[in-house]
Write a protein that binds this ligand. Sequence first.
Ligand SMILES: NC(=O)c1ccc[n+]([C@@H]2O[C@H](COP(=O)([O-])OP(=O)(O)OC[C@H]3O[C@@H](n4cnc5c(N)ncnc54)[C@H](OP(=O)(O)O)[C@@H]3O)[C@@H](O)[C@H]2O)c1
Length: 260
Amino acid sequence: MLIDLTGRTAIVTGGSEGLGKAIAARFARSGANVVVLARRENVLDETVRDIRRDAVGRVVGHACDVTDSGRVDEVFAAIAAEFGAVDILVNNAGSSNRSPFEELTRASMIADMDLKLFAAVDLAQKVVPGMKERRWGRIINVVSANGKAPKAASAPTTLSRAAGITLTKVMSQELAPWNILVNALCVGVIKSGQWERRHRRDAPDMPFEKYLEPHARPVPLGRFGEPEEFANVACFLASDAASYVTGTAINVDGGLCPVT
Ligand SMILES: NC(=O)c1ccc[n+]([C@@H]2O[C@H](COP(=O)([O-])OP(=O)(O)OC[C@H]3O[C@@H](n4cnc5c(N)ncnc54)[C@H](OP(=O)(O)O)[C@@H]3O)[C@@H](O)[C@H]2O)c1
């Protein structure tokens, strides 16, 4: 399906690597102006240069920790000055954070919620008023399929992911009258910066694909997802083609999650 996002402006948080980078690139190739947010400026700059090579729309990066509300305010002022309205928000910034129950700390649970839930709320509250005015908006919350089917030692991540799925439903119900569609995408195992880092940490001498094999075994499709496969679904949800889809949490996981 050819998706056209010409004339739309999108923000992708955590867009400098992995799934966020693939989404930002897919949006930019589909004609959208794209604002990429992430903390490390050097990685961000390189990503923006990469994405611009095939972009149809404009692509800019802003170094921003999405949990730093002061910095988020500054970045939103810059986005408003450069692009005006924001049509599409992808809350994707995140990192893996899990420990056995008896080792869970209040501090790590709060930090996880701060990044994966509270930041998503803050950013959405900034874009919703403009979306309401124009009666068009798309908000995509990237979560983990484990938020639907948690396993042992998967908190705090699965706690904030379950909350993210609930938040998606709540927002979709409230914002539907303004044609603002809110959906979650539930990741299974998809190749990304975090998997490359784990590989470098755990088994740098092993070929990357070999390292992934045991993690791919439980996946019915028998393999990791490619970030581009994930970005295709995000691009559909961000487009006019998804005009009757809201309030869902779609698994993009090769069939891994037992819960639909
Ligand atoms: N890949 C998977 O198999 C998988 C599985 C389950 C869930 N997920 C979720 O999917 C999303 C994307 O994951 P990924 O695998 O693509 O991860 P990744 O390759 O590690 O990329 C994470 C991105 O988020 C940014 N980021 C992290 N903390 C941030 C913060 N506080 N403020 C702004 N940006 C921040 C990182 O850049 P900086 O570090 O420079 O800020 C980077 O651009 C995450 O929410 C992750 O939890 C992924």
